[in-house]
Design a protein around this ligand. Structure first.
Ligand code: SAM
Length: 329
């Protein structure tokens, strides 16, 4: 039987962090003082986890981190993943989330190895602001080169994720709209969630879906595109058909009821929700010599514990046991 949780949600998407290291220190994500906290595993162990999960119904795999392109051997790992098949015998849909700093050189090799899609995180389309957010000088030009290389390599679609913070980069909404049209990328604004190391989140800092739409409409009218219920983003195109934007609004418009995701951290723990207060040690099972059948049984038990929803902004909200950089977005 394929994986589903106790609320009947089919679990089809896996996000796997392949390193806890990151070369950016984005102000809304990290303190800037701490480096990697958790270890990582040999690729063979991630591969086994993915193979078992694919047999249980996982169809999409997204590599993340930390910064996944920092991990040596990632191209070979993608090639090995591309050999695996889902429970219905299809190739897995392979995607990557990256800050794009190292992508210019790697986009074509990744595509050749079997990567289908890439999402690049950019929180400003202005060099100086980009450096202030990432706390790395000269990143913007590298990332822009990465975006263009990904397009040239035929990774489709190239998506750009932007997290907006009030008082920091909300004036980038219209520049991002122009960027999406000029560069031919699909833009995704993500509402800021309380998953940062520095605990700076407050509801006032979140730039909400409604505000983003209102601001973007001052630039050009938007038309909503129908989306699948399990899709995280509400999607819009500009009225003239050039450029797509989407808004991922977990704070103002939660979509937990359609969540199809499970995550594995770099050190091999399963997380059933970004906001989980505990994780489940899949790697320990491997170390104990578990067979594939035992791993399957363990995974099924874990998935039954998947949380109904997050409690962001509610009085009973308990911070997640790991922050975003140590989970993988
Ligand atoms: N290093 C890769 C990258 O930059 O995309 C992958 C890991 S990063 C943690 C994944 C995504 O999470 C990025 O798009 C980042 O902007 C987003 N992110 C980090 N902290 C967040 C938060 N508190 N709320 C919403 N998104 C966040």
């Amino acid at each position: 039987m394929l994986l589903s949780d106790k609320f009947g949600r089919p679990i089809t998407d896996l996000r796997i962090a392949i390193t806890d290291h990151c070369n950016y220190k984005c102000v809304y994500c990290r303190t800037g003082n701490e480096g990697a906290v958790y270890g990582d595993l040999p690729f063979a162990e991630y591969l086994r986890m993915v193979r078992v999960l694919a047999g249980l119904g996982i169809k999409k795999i997204r590599l993340t981190g930390g910064e996944p392109l920092l991990r040596r051997g990632v191209v070979d790992f993608v090639r090995e993943l591309s050999q695996l098949r889902s429970a219905d015998g299809e190739p897995l849909e392979l995607a990557l989330t990256t800050n794009g700093h190292l992508l210019a050189e790697m986009a074509q090799p990744l595509k050749d190895a079997g990567l289908r899609r890439v999402t690049i995180s950019m929180d400003a389309v202005d060099r100086e602001r980009f450096a202030r957010i990432t706390r790395v000088p000269n990143g913007y030009d590298n990332v822009l080169a990465g975006v263009r290389a990904a397009k040239r390599a035929g990774l489709k679609p190239v998506k750009v994720n932007c997290v907006l913070l009030r008082g920091f980069n909300e004036d980038q909404i219209i520049p991002f709209g122009k960027f999406a049209r000029e560069e031919g990328v699909v833009l995704r604004f993500i509402e800021f969630m309380p998953l940062e190391e520095d605990r700076v989140w407050s509801p006032e800092v979140v730039v909400t879906l409604d505000e983003i739409l209102q601001r973007m409409a001052e630039f050009r009218p938007l038309v909503e595109i129908p989306h699948e219920p399990s899709e995280t983003a509400r999607r819009y195109r500009f009225e003239d058909g050039l450029g797509e934007i989407g808004i991922i609004a977990p704070v103002s418009h939660p979509f937990c009821g359609h969540c199809s995701r499970v995550r594995i951290t770099s050190d091999g723990k399963i997380r059933t929700c970004l906001f989980s207060v505990w994780d489940h040690d899949l790697h320990a099972q491997i170390q104990r010599g578990a067979s594939d059948a035992q791993l399957e049984q363990f995974i099924r038990g874990v998935i039954l514990k998947k949380e109904a929803r997050h409690h962001i902004g509610e009085p009973d909200f308990v911070p997640a046991s790991r922050t975003m950089v140590h989970i993988g977005g």
